[in-house]
Design a protein around this ligand. Sequence first.
Ligand SMILES: [Zn+2]
Length: 236
Amino acid sequence: MTDTLHIDDLGTVLGVWAHPDDEAYLSAALMAAARDLGHRVVVATATGGEAGGDGDVRLRELTESLAAVGVSEHHHLGFEDGLCGAVQAEVGMVAVLRLLRQVRPDTVLTFGPDGMTGHPDHVAVGGWVDRAWHVNGHRGRLLHATLTESFHRRWGPLSAATGLWMPGAAPPSVPDDTVALRVSVAGANADRKFAALRAHASQTDALRTRVGDGTFRQWWGAETFLQVAPVEGLAA
Ligand SMILES: [Zn+2]
């Protein structure tokens, strides 16, 4: 199942993430490429990221970051940063379900059960989206952001040294030939992804300065996704 999907297959894209900056790290190049092809791209963030800095600053950064990749549709789900894991799963699910019914995406992007970095907000939000997708009758394809074995071979030590993963968390690592979609971040797309990440200055400046711009760009130089198969019997 190598790269079975291409950007022009994606149709309307809805990314559902936990914090401002998740969407940039995991899907900025995808969003830029999809917008270039004229697809509608909508981003939802469960929280304003207020635990990681001033909430107004973070939302302003998010708006600027999305603009760098041509996205103007954003939904803020209004949950509290750091507390998504404490939200009743049904409440989170219903918020996402409402969004699915409103946006009617052909493709939904979110975290896998690993939560990428193991952040409890990421794990919770990914779970809400999965459940909402099931309840909505598996409409549209659901893609989970993931990392590949080749990513870890190259970037595992740097990722660990910079504290990317939550303590005790196991980041996703899948064989490269199992990803359904790989967006390579090159050329103009790379510049736009870098601009999207830089716009989240309160979150990315320290890390970018620490490793240097060149390394920072290459580190986030691919976006990979697994396609989720519908699980019958889970739909309400
Ligand atoms: Zn996050």
